[in-house]
Design a protein around this ligand. Structure first.
Ligand code: MF3
Ligand code: CO
Length: 247
């Protein structure tokens, strides 16, 4: 069931969402070649704790870290470890903060030094997919208009959208209804009501959309080994548009 939030609930969500936004910027200023994905996770953990919040991912369904750090062919849910970031890598950092009884959720894909022309375009198009997806979004919009717009922009650029992971509602739980797929048919799905809070998160692959999950039960990677990128924000559907809480 999709339950729109009250203004009181939305007010409480601003703080965890602000922390997500600032944490992503903090990571973006520091991430670079020579750093391990574990060190990225430590930055996230310390930042969130210093804000008096909790890293929602840590312990979620047994997830062992505060952030998902997904390098190159890893699409999402990369578990931070000793992998050293190298020039040319693209790295998605996805994190959630819990404060005031609510979660905020966001992700960015960072370029490590100079990246290939294709990876540069993949990161840019993935961000564009988010903004295309929410273009015109307001109370009354059919949910899968978002999905359609994300898919159209990705495929027009020769990329594919990941099928097996979606965006989602968010609030007192990290994942609430509705699921927000990155592919779909225009004009279909439930009409979004004002006050609905969702995470729109294009996950776009340079090659095919097929993914597998490693033996660790989390790390999702493209079966063709091509790179993938990810970009996510938490937003409120308003009568006249959207309010992005993590940007
Ligand atoms: N932040 C992710 C999302 O966008 C969820 C991460 S799964 C976790 O839905 F286990 F790492 F928490
Ligand atoms: Co999310």
């Amino acid at each position: 069931m999709i339950r729109p939030k009250t203004e009181e609930e939305i007010a409480l969500m601003r703080e965890p969402c602000r922390i997500v936004k600032e944490c992503l910027a903090f990571v973006g200023e520091r991430i670079g070649a020579g750093m391990t994905t574990k060190e990225v996770d430590e930055l996230v953990y310390r930042f969130i704790k210093a804000e008096g919040a909790e890293p929602s991912c840590l312990g979620y369904c047994g997830y062992p870290a505060s952030a998902c750090v997904s390098v190159n062919e890893v699409v999402v849910h990369g578990i931070p470890d000793g992998r050293v970031l190298e020039e040319g890598d693209i790295v998605s950092v996805d994190l959630c903060a819990y404060k005031n009884g609510f979660h905020g959720d966001g992700a960015r894909t960072f370029r490590i030094g100079k990246v290939s022309e294709e990876n540069d375009r993949l990161v840019r198009v993935t961000e564009e997919c988010f903004f295309r997806g929410i273009d015109g979004l307001r109370a009354g919009t059919p949910l899968y208009d978002i999905s359609y717009k994300v898919q159209e922009h990705a495929e027009r650029n020769g990329f594919s959208v990941i099928r097996s992971y979606t965006g989602h509602g968010i609030g007192r739980e990290m994942h609430e209804d509705p699921a927000v797929p990155n592919f779909g048919r225009k004009g279909t799905g439930p009409r979004l009501e004002a006050g609905t809070v969702i995470c729109v998160e294009p996950m776009i692959a340079a090659g095919g959309w097929r993914v597998k999950v490693k033996g660790d039960g989390w790390t999702a990677y493209t079966t063709d080994g091509k790179c993938a990128a990810h970009y996510e924000n938490t937003l409120v559907v308003r009568e006249d548009g959207v309010e992005i809480l993590t940007l």
